[in-house]
Design a protein around this ligand. Structure first.
Ligand code: DO4
Ligand code: MG
Length: 286
């Protein structure tokens, strides 16, 4: 079962159930469930969706609606160095701080950082951005956990943790600037509710980057290659922290393009994850 937020010219911003290439509107006028967050806060979100699905309504073809990032007022957090490939990339780009990345891969406490607030997030087909002061920015395709305010794992979506590798590599204290800026994060296209997601060992993350109609980068990784469990990451995120609106947690990248690759304006990034779908975003610079 997949939930989307969408904008239609008739109804404004709405929540719907994604069924193949159609959206079935949910009726949120009844009182108890008025927002996506309300649904995710329910003890059984799937049962609530069944209740709210407006089976009398016309199914909207995807071409008639604009999908939005599947979030309300959620913060987006991210874990880092959870795959060997990311550890190697960070150690290569940041010679003076290599030991920190090596240690955090093995340490009980993971790297966790605040990645984005809603206004910095790009939904499906909306542009993500390369900072004007970066010459070496790459996308990081990541499986994202959707957690409610009780830190229960309620679903999954796709995240793109855009990263300025030159800024991060210059000094690890610049990490917040390398990671968090306007349009720094892609999210979508939908939330697959937890019980409808395939087991982790059957989930592959794939990324393709197209430039001037040519595929200039392609990579894939199994989510099973992640060194940490979801429970471990959620447990650390929950320490001494509260998320009254729920939170979206990106789980780290296992796909890093070669060191001579940098995103350019006009590129299109497509990230696909089994059980969820494909998130595509064009790239703008400056
Ligand atoms: O340590 C820097 C960030 C790592 C990261 O974002 C990742 O591994 O995905
Ligand atoms: Mg990342």
């Amino acid at each position: 079962m997949k939930l989307v937020k969408y904008h239609s010219s008739e109804g404004g911003d709405r929540v719907g159930l994604l069924q193949d290439d159609h959206v079935l509107p949910l009726d949120l006028t009844g009182g108890q469930y008025r927002t996506l967050t309300d649904i995710l806060e329910a003890d059984d979100p799937a049962a609530v969706v069944e209740l709210l699905a407006d089976f009398q309504a016309r199914k909207l073809p995807l071409g008639e609606v604009r999908l939005l990032a599947p979030m309300d007022r959620h913060e987006v957090w991210a874990a880092g160095v959870t795959y060997i490939r990311s550890r190697k990339a960070r150690m290569d780009e940041s010679a003076s701080a290599a030991a920190f990345y090596d240690k955090v891969y093995e340490a009980p406490r993971p790297e966790l950082f605040l990645k984005a607030t809603p206004h910095r997030v790009a939904g499906p087909d909306q542009p993500v951005r390369v900072r004007r002061d970066s010459q070496w920015t790459v996308p990081e395709p990541e499986l994202a956990l959707v957690l409610n305010s009780r830190l229960n794992l309620v679903g999954f979506t796709i995240g793109n943790d855009m990263s300025a590798r030159d800024i991060e590599g210059e000094n690890p204290l610049y990490l917040p600037q390398a990671k968090t800026y306007s349009q720094c994060c892609g999210l979508g296209p939908c939330i697959t509710l937890r019980d409808f997601m395939p087991p982790r060992e059957q989930v592959t993350i794939r990324m393709g980057i197209v430039r001037k109609l040519h595929l200039v980068y392609e990579g894939s990784i199994s989510a099973d290659q992640m060194a940490r469990s979801y429970t471990d990451l959620i447990g650390w995120l929950a320490r001494e922290n509260t998320f009254p609106e729920g939170v979206i947690l990106l789980t780290g990248t296992g796909i890093v393009p070669p060191d001579d690759f940098a995103l350019q304006a006009g590129d299109t990034i497509s990230i696909s994850i089994d059980g969820i779908g494909t998130l595509a975003n064009p790239v703008v610079c400056g």
